[in-house]
Design a protein around this ligand. Structure first.
Ligand SMILES: Cc1ncc(COP(=O)(O)O)c(C=O)c1O
Length: 437
C-alpha cells in the first residue's frame, strides 16, 4: 500500500533466502522530519520486558484501555491482537452468525469485512458516495434484506461518515452499526468521537497506523452485551470479574469460548506512548493536507475529497485526491510518473474495490463441501457473486483517485514544495501528454 513503508528484501542464501518485510508508516524523505518511533516507546518496551509484563491484562494494558474509554467517551473497551480481531470480536458481540448479511461499502479494506466469513455471515457490498468516498447510506438502505444484521462502515483515510444519516437508518431498520475507525484515530463528528456513535467502534494499531502498537487493535462500545460477548470470544483467561459487568456469561469465564485475541502488552505499551502524541500528529497532518487541498482547488483536473458537515477529520491515514484525466489533459499514470520525477511518492493504487476481488467476485467454497456464505450455485449455494458494472458509481470514482505523500512533520515550506511540483506538472500537462503520445 502506498502509505506503508513496506521494505521488502530477500535474506542472504546463507540465512535461508526467505523474504522479509517491515510494514510501518512511511516518512517522506527530506520533506518530513517525522520519526514514528522514539526513545519513549523503546524505554517503555524495555521496562516492561524487564518487569516481565509480557502477557495478560497487565497494568499498562489496563491503563491504555482506560485512556481509550476516556478519549472516545465509551463505557467499555478491550484490546485485541489486531484490528481484524477487533472487528471479529465486535461482529460476534453484535450476534452476527450463520445466514446473516453484513453490508459494507465496496471501497474498504478486506479485513474490515472478512471476519464475517468466519462467522458464516455473508458480506454485501454497497456503493460509496463518489465525492466523499464514504458509504452511500441510501444505497446501503437499498441493500438491506430481512437477513441484514449489521453495517460495517469505514471512516476512510480519516474522512468521517455521515453519522446522522447512518444512525437514522439504523433506528428505522434495526440494523446495527460497526464503525471501523482504523484510518481515523482522533476524528469526530459534531464533536463526538468516531467509534462511539455506532453500536461498536473498532480501531487497528497496526504498524503503519497513526497510533501504532506494531500489531494491535481495540473494540469500544457503550453496549454491555457487545462488550461481554467481545470478551467471551477473544479474551481467554482474563480473570473472572475483571472485565465482565453482568452475570450473563459468568459461568463461561475465565475461558470464554477458548479463543485468544488478547493483545501483546508490549505492543499496547508502545501504543500508549503513541496515543500521547496523537493530537499533535493530527494537527500537523491536518495543516499540511488542508494547505495542499486549498491550493489544488484552483487546478483543473484535481479536486479534494469532500468532507461531511460536522466532520472533524483525524488519523489522516492516507491523502487522496480526485484526478480527472480529461480536465488535466494528461493520463493519470503520466501525472503520477511526473510527480515521482519531482521526488514525491505518489500512487494510483488505493485498496482494490472489494467486489472486484476474486474472493468476492467469484465466490469460494470456504469450508469445503459446499458450505459457507460464498458458495455460488455451482458450489451448492446461492451466492450471486459480483461482476464489473455491479457498483458503477464506486468503480468510476475509485479509478479516478490518486494518493499524494502524507507529511507528518513537514519541514518549513514542505507543503509549498509539494504544491509547486503539482502546479508545474499541471502547467506543462500539454507537453507531457505530447511526449506520452
Ligand atoms: C479499514 C481497516 N480495517 C481493518 C484493518 C485491519 O487491521 P489490522 O491490520 O490491525 O488487522 C485495517 C488495516 O489496515 C484497515 O485499514
Amino acid at each position: 500500500m502506498p502509505e506503508f513503508d513496506n521494505h521488502c528484501d530477500n535474506l542472504p542464501a546463507a540465512l535461508g533466502g526467505a523474504p522479509v518485510f517491515v510494514q510501518t508508516a512511511e516518512t517522506q524523505g527530506k520533506l518530513d522530519r517525522w520519526q514514528q518511533m522514539g526513545e519513549d516507546e523503546a524505554q517503555l518496551a524495555y521496562d516492561m520486558t524487564l518487569r516481565n509484563e509480557l502477557s495478560g491484562g497487565t497494568p499498562v494494558v489496563r491503563e491504555f484501555e482506560d485512556e481509550w474509554r476516556k478519549r472516545t467517551g465509551t463505557q467499555f473497551a478491550i484490546t485485541t491482537i489486531n484490528g481484524t480481531s477487533a472487528i471479529h470480536s465486535a461482529m460476534y458481540g453484535l450476534g452476527i452468525g450463520p445466514g446473516d448479511e453484513v453490508i459494507t461499502p465496496t471501497g474498504n479494506w478486506i479485513c474490515s469485512i472478512a471476519p464475517a466469513l468466519m462467522l458464516m455471515a455473508r458480506p454485501v457490498f454497497c456503493e460509496i458516495d463518489p465525492k466523499t468516498l464514504l458509504i452511500d447510506v441510501e444505497d446501503a438502505r437499498r441493500k438491506i434484506t430481512e437477513r441484514t444484521k449489521a453495517i460495517v462502515l469505514v471512516h476512510l483515510w480519516g474522512h468521517v461518515c455521515d453519522m446522522d444519516a447512518i444512525m437514522k437508518l439504523s433506528e428505522q431498520t434495526g440494523v446495527k452499526i460497526i464503525e471501523d475507525c482504523s484510518h481515523a484515530h482522533g476524528a469526530s463528528y459534531n464533536g463526538t468521537p468516531v467509534g462511539s456513535i455506532g453500536h461498536a467502534g473498532v480501531w487497528s494499531f497496526q504498524g503503519s497506523k497513526p497510533v501504532s502498537a506494531g500489531e494491535g487493535g481495540i473494540v469500544a462500545t457503550n453496549d454491555v452485551d457487545v462488550f461481554e460477548r467481545s470478551c467471551l470470544i477473544g479474551q481467554v483467561n482474563r480473570k473472572v470479574g475483571m472485565d465482565l459487568v453482568t452475570d450473563k456469561y459468568r459461568q463461561l469465564q475465565p475461558l470464554g469460548l477458548g479463543i485468544k485475541f488478547r493483545a501483546h502488552p508490549v505492543g499496547i505499551g508502545i501504543a500508549l506512548v503513541q496515543l500521547k502524541k496523537l493530537d499533535a500528529l493530527n494537527a500537523r497532518r491536518s495543516q499540511y493536507i488542508q494547505t495542499v487541498e486549498q491550493a489544488v482547488k484552483s487546478i483543473d483536473g484535481l479536486e479534494p475529497i469532500t468532507s461531511h458537515l460536522g466532520a472533524q477529520r483525524g488519523g489522516f491515514y492516507g491523502f487522496c485526491l480526485h484526478y480527472d484525466e480529461q480536465k488535466m489533459g494528461l493520463s493519470k499514470q503520466r501525472f503520477l510518473d511526473a510527480l515521482r520525477q519531482e521526488g514525491l511518492q505518489a500512487y494510483a493504487e488505493v485498496y482494490p474495490l472489494l467486489h472486484r476481488l476474486p474472493l468476492f467476485a467469484d465466490g469460494l467454497d470456504i469450508f469445503t463441501g459446499g458450505r459457507g456464505p460464498l458458495c455460488t450455485p455451482q458450489m451448492g449455494g446461492d451466492y450471486p457473486g459480483y461482476k464489473e458494472g455491479d457498483l458503477p458509481i464506486s468503480e468510476k470514482a475509485w479509478d479516478k483517485l490518486i494518493m499524494l505523500p502524507m507529511l507528518s512533520d513537514p519541514i518549513e515550506g514542505a507543503a509549498e514544495n509539494v504544491i509547486a511540483a503539482i502546479r508545474k506538472i499541471a502547467q506543462h500537462a500539454d507537453r507531457l501528454a505530447a511526449v506520452e503520445a
